[in-house]
Design a protein around this ligand. Sequence first.
Ligand code: ZN
Ligand code: ZN
Length: 361
Amino acid sequence: MMGDNESRDETCCYSGKASLEKEAAIDIKDAEQEQKSRLSRFCEVFAKIALIVGGFIIVLGALRNTLTYYLQLFWGVSGNFWMRQWGKVYDVFEGDILNISITMLVLIIVQYWLVCAFFLIVDLVRPSFIIKYKIQPTQNDPIPEGKLRKAVLTVLANQTVVVFPIAVGVYHLMGWRGCGFSAAELPSFQWVMLELFVFLIVEEFGFYYSHRLSHHPRLYKYVHKKHHEWTAPISVVAIYAHPIEHIFSNTLPVVLGPLIMGSHIATLTMWAMLAQASAINSHCGYHLPLMPSPEAHDFHHLKFTNNFGTLGFLDRLHGTDELFRKTKPYHRHFLLLGLTPVSQTFPDDSRCKNIECDKDE
Ligand SMILES: [Zn+2]
Ligand SMILES: [Zn+2]
């Protein structure tokens, strides 16, 4: 009997050992696959960046003479024009840089409400020639009144009470950094282009990582959950957020680039307006012709777990766009150059329903 037990034990140990080895082999295989997929994602991002930068250099090289000529001509005309206009603003405020800074902040706030007013009118009037571009057509019809009022009041608070201390801080940092305010200090066109490129990259890193952190299960319900109350976003919720999120995710990544570069206040204002217009577009709920595609961020509001960035390269690098890439919205995620809505070009079907379609459908 003893012998039988021993041999059963041995067999048992043996089979246990074999299953452990099998599990270990599966783990190694999984780890290898994960490593391979990370490597392929990294290569894909690297190839994309190389293609963009390489293409830019080749085109610039080929057009060098013509481009330089036209840029100089353009800058000679418009540069002088803008310099004169900025000179007038500077004179009106008698060179008071505090008043100029406050006016630029007010301009940014006015721009927000002008763009949002357009989209809110569309949401309320629902003209058929624009409604056909709606990304989630069954949602916000009509927009819940109480929810909209709450969003408007929160945005107003963010633009005043929350932003004010940051604006004071940025104003002092700009002085310390030696940022320009006068017409004579306005940068060249080429320099502004370079600065915008740096701002974009700095903003992407700042926004992606702060946004991803705000989705951490331990933090999410305290801060970022507010912004995600809207699973089908509308224009005005672009900065509908908890004050902490508005400071660290929405504002600081935008002003950090200009502070690093020691930019002119005119450049900072223009960049802040561009970034703001882009945020409103990402939340507007319409994929309009000739406008950057808002599909990725709209999908983020719908599903929460994908698309944390703006440009998308960090999502690709970290694999946080895997689900999105298997869906219909991913097929629709491009700059629409015609008038046919993307939902007609890539219609939903009974199998897809916006989620997890095969990529090659
Ligand atoms: Zn959002
Ligand atoms: Zn989010």
